[in-house]
Design a binder for this molecule. Structure first.
Ligand SMILES: Nc1ncnc2c1ncn2[C@@H]1O[C@H](COP(=O)(O)OP(=O)(O)OP(=O)(O)O)[C@@H](O)[C@H]1O
Length: 293
């Protein structure tokens, strides 16, 4: 299995604060991976480490087995604020891309922009935020990257454009075996398109793996209010909530069938992500919020 991304104990800090800490993950080539986590979790920092914009303070990062700066020609990156030369038109950007990149698929960019109704002759600074995001994606795809990194690319898109954007990504992966890692807060959109998940929380990886595997290994259980004893067929309780009489648990399955005392339901990606984030959040000490007198 070829790995597009591999990190071992990766860390980056600003001053004394670790923005990414002890991050170990593997992203197999050909996957569309979602990078999720709350504001400030370290998603942008991780993407910047993968594209060589930042150097690690700890651990290692490899992209297709090499230092990220050695594979820049193979990596497309769309930064969070889709920075483009705002005085240039989309048509001028496509022409410029051809001069700056070895492999450049100008027809792909032009077709895509035409299909989306992006005016070729208007400075991109005068386009809407969503249109600018589409221009940035078209430019990144025209590079024909082996790895495409996208930092919150769909945040500014309307629901229809979001769906179109995700379909384009899936199409690009199917056609060219591009690996995609995209950060987003829009879990429902990710569930449709992504087959791999990385959850970051407070600079650390909380959970990572294939989406099918994660959905298969997690269950929601409902039953009479539970104590803290173990439950047959359950490896770990990720998140528990209780009423006076009833408990609802999100669990990771273990060996064998689950205790029939519990009613078992499948989970969505959103259920799993929110359970892991809530569980990690519960570990934030209240003192973190204390304001010095
Ligand atoms: N240039 C910087 N200088 C100092 N601290 C920084 C800098 N960039 C990021 N940080 C800090 O590093 C941590 C991770 O930030 P990062 O931008 O990677 O998070 P994020 O998950 O992308 O957040 P968001 O979802 O809000 O975009 C935060 O605590 C942030 O305040």
């Amino acid at each position: 299995m070829e790995l597009a991304v591999e990190t071992r104990g990766l860390g980056k800090r600003y001053g004394r604060t670790w923005a990414v800490q002890d991050c170990t993950l593997e992203l197999p080539a050909g996957r569309i991976a979602a990078l999720v986590g709350p504001n400030g979790a370290g998603k942008t920092t991780l993407l910047h480490l993968l594209v060589g914009l930042l150097r690690p303070d700890a651990g290692e990062v490899r992209v297709f087995g090499r230092d990220p700066r050695a594979v820049l020609a193979d990596v497309g990156f769309v930064a969070q604020d889709t920075p483009l030369y705002r005085d240039f038109t989309a048509a001028e950007l496509v022409t410029m891309g051809g001069k700056l990149n070895r492999r450049w698929d100008a027809p792909l960019a032009r077709d895509r922009l035409a299909r989306l109704g992006i005016p070729p002759d208007k400075p991109v600074g005068k386009l809407s935020g969503g249109q600018r995001a589409q221009v940035a994606l078209a430019m990144a795809l025209a590079k024909r990257p082996r790895l495409l990194l996208l930092d919150e690319p769909i945040a500014s898109l309307d629901p229809l454009a979001r769906r179109e954007f995700m379909q384009t990504l899936m199409g690009a992966v199917a056609e060219s075996e591009t690996t995609v890692l995209l950060s987003s807060h829009l879990l429902a959109d990710l569930e449709r398109a992504c087959d791999h998940l990385v959850v970051l929380q407070q600079s650390r990886v909380q959970l990572t793996g294939g989406v099918d595997e994660l959905l298969d290994t997690h269950r929601t259980l409902a039953g009479p209010r539970a104590g803290s004893g173990s439950i047959a067929g359950v490896a770990a309780v990720v998140r528990a909530s209780h009423t006076e009489r009833q408990s609802t648990l999100l669990v990771r399955r273990g060996e064998g069938p689950i205790d029939p005392l519990w009613t078992e339901h499948g989970v969505t990606l959103e259920d799993v992500v929110l359970a892991y984030l809530a569980e990690a959040d519960a570990r934030v000490p209240a003192s973190a919020w204390e304001v010095p007198a």
